[in-house]
Design a protein around this ligand. Sequence first.
Ligand code: PEP
Ligand code: MG
Length: 619
Amino acid sequence: MNRIDPPPPQHKRLAHLALASAEARPERRFAGIAVSAGIAIGPVFGTTEPEAKITHHKIPATDIAAEGARLEAAIIQSRKQLAKLRVRLAVLPEESQAEIAPLIEAYIRMLGPSRLVRGVRRRIEETLLSAETAVMTEAEAIGDAIMAQAEPGLSAEDLAGLQRRADEIKEIARRLVRNLTRAPFRSFAGLPAGAILVSESLRPADAALLDPSRLAGVATEEGGADGHTAVMLRALGVPAVLGAAGLAHAIQLGDVAVVDGISGMVTLNPSPLATAAARRGVTAFARERQKYARLRRLPAQTQDGEVVELQANLELPIELPLIVQSGAVGIGLLRTEFMFMNRETVPDEDTQAESYRGIVEAMHGDPVCIRVLDWGGEKEIEALSAAGIVPEIADANPALGLRGIRLLLRRPELLETQLSAILRASSAGPVRVLLPMVTNVREVRAARELYERVARRLRRRGERIPEKLPPLGIMIETPGAALSADALALEADFFAIGTNDLTAYTLAVDRAEVDVAELYDPIHPAVLRLVQFAVEAALRMRMPVSVCGELAANPRLTPLLLGLGVRSLSMNASAVPRVKQAVRAVEIAACVRFSRRLMEQADPERIKAMVDGFGRNVE
Ligand code: PEP
Ligand code: MG
């Protein structure tokens, strides 16, 4: 692969020259995954990492000690490099630091007394493998063991989590092998300002070396939307497309590329027409960004002055920087499943308390609604089956089985530990506790009893917890809960309406089943009537009610939800600006009139048409 020579200071001239020379080459397009929004045009800078060559695989028994010493030296060197990288992070934007720092800590931990290092030593001593071969073999074995947990039916999100863990092991092994074989590392020293970085792959640690102020865009052949590299590039604000097959092998010296981080298309040597379109795209994107940046500071308030609470849903702590950036005022749904996944044992109280506290602190006084574990039969959590807490094999009908609050009340020690951890974290900022999959009042009463018992125990232990316990609310995500909302409102402190499961249970449609995907309709009149019933029950009791399913993220549905009386919405962070714009565009009185008309309809097609018609005004 080629490199463009280091630039003269006037990098704009370089881009211009490259554009001129590329005109002669035919335009080629490569489809990939859009992972970081924005459009970039610039000269291509291709980089590869020279392969680390392993020349000796086996050692005589007499060399075991020497080989162990080589491994030690490589570990020390790797730790030093990572420590340097950690220092280097200080110059990156805060969001990128928040993204990469925990990863570097994880790498450093893996170089300590870890399963990887223990396994490598064993392979050197028992199988007489050279240190580098032992590292490769052990990392591969651990990676395979992690990926073996990917059973059919695993959600894309859980699969991505496993992949990330396997990639972390591979990454640290790669560093050890490069240090053992003295192979050079990739360097971005010659990266011209304003260039598009094209590479087969880009590791998160490499991404940390990039200077976002000098780089126009990134395009790679490997990688996906959920990896650390993707999150890093988003945090750096660099337009990026990953997974563009064949791209890195197609580039030549002097090429120019357009990276479209919105559509996921990379165009090599764009025609004058394509270049002009890309330039228009750059301008439009900059305008849109400015608009959203302005929105971030503006209140979520309707034209007639009604304030709406817009919060974010959080699935993984790595989303925190995006949440802070989005302008969300707090976290309306913290799904704690992440705490339990991808680990061998159930996390203890201290581990959980530390994690929740970190999130509460990061929100700087904005409220965090922590939902206790929502284990559903369809998503295996290895640590729970290993500890015998849940059955290895899910029920025949997992969606209707021992899930959410049902499991927690069956295994109260699990709920007690988690409530204890949440209460400890609540001294760091305003917290609410949310119970998943509630279907009857008994469950709320039992959970509250346990909650109060845990609080008393903590106080006896001398823990600092708020005088008035954080509110204890429930998810309304089954038709049963929605239709008994008036009774549940007497027991719960707040409602969070989960339209994802509510849609699935109301319409008897599996959320993840492609064959019936067409029937999954969150604005089906049956679902909307349940939402309306639950909201009205809450409002009668003057009890807070929010909507935190995907429905809340659709700005076209904002007028309807406001019209029904909802004043609190929680959604994925990236949807917050668009929903805020919708809130700011409407008047409550008009929303009420619209929702009344809409709720009279029974035909899903008609409802859709009305939503699209009204929604166009708010975008
Ligand atoms: C829901 O069901 O709408 C919800 C928000 O919970 P989850 O998506 O985590 O099941
Ligand atoms: Mg749910």
